[in-house]
Design a protein around this ligand. Structure first.
Ligand code: FES
Length: 155
């Protein structure tokens, strides 16, 4: 963890009435820095915020948004909840696995994509839905997936 990141996390200390509230913003900082919540980073958060490490781990295990392992540059999160399943999400997940030549939970060998499934993304009316990093993609079809992957592969 760089000095700059440490300072950003330290600066969270005075921003909240209860320091525990700073854990999530600290996770965001760590996640942006390293792409996942690595054990050393969580230890540092515990140390900097003076919060027991166990409590930091408890919060990390609750918020599945933050990966605990190294991920690809782009994390694809496909909703596999009811509305999306009824709209064909399962087939699209299979299509993504086929296209990327990986299974859900894996990263492509070039480190570009990680494929995962998630619970409802809160956009059931435009199912099927997926997120790639912070961006939403709705009313998904195979054609849209082709376009999205092609665009991201060129970035
Ligand atoms: S069920 Fe997929 S967004 Fe709600």
């Amino acid at each position: 963890m760089t000095k700059e990141i440490e300072e950003k996390i330290l600066s969270l200390k005075g921003k909240f009435p209860k320091v525990k509230t700073a854990i999530l913003p600290a996770f965001h900082i760590l996640y942006q820095e390293s792409g996942y919540l690595d054990p050393e980073g969580m230890e540092k958060i515990s140390e900097l915020l003076e919060i027991p490490l166990m409590e930091v781990y408890e919060v990390a295990s609750f918020y599945t948004y933050f990966p605990s392992e190294k991920t690809g540059k782009y994390i694809i999160r496909v909703c596999d909840n009811l509305s999306c399943l009824l709209s064909g999400a399962e087939k699209l997940i299979g299509y993504l696995e086929e296209k990327l030549k990986i299974k859900v939970g894996q990263m492509t060998p070039d480190g570009l994509f990680t494929l995962s499934t998630v619970e409802c993304l809160g956009s059931c009316g435009t199912a099927p839905v997926m997120m790639v990093n912070e961006d939403y993609y709705e009313n998904l079809t195979r054609e849209k997936i082709d376009q999205i992957l092609e665009k991201l592969s060129k970035k």
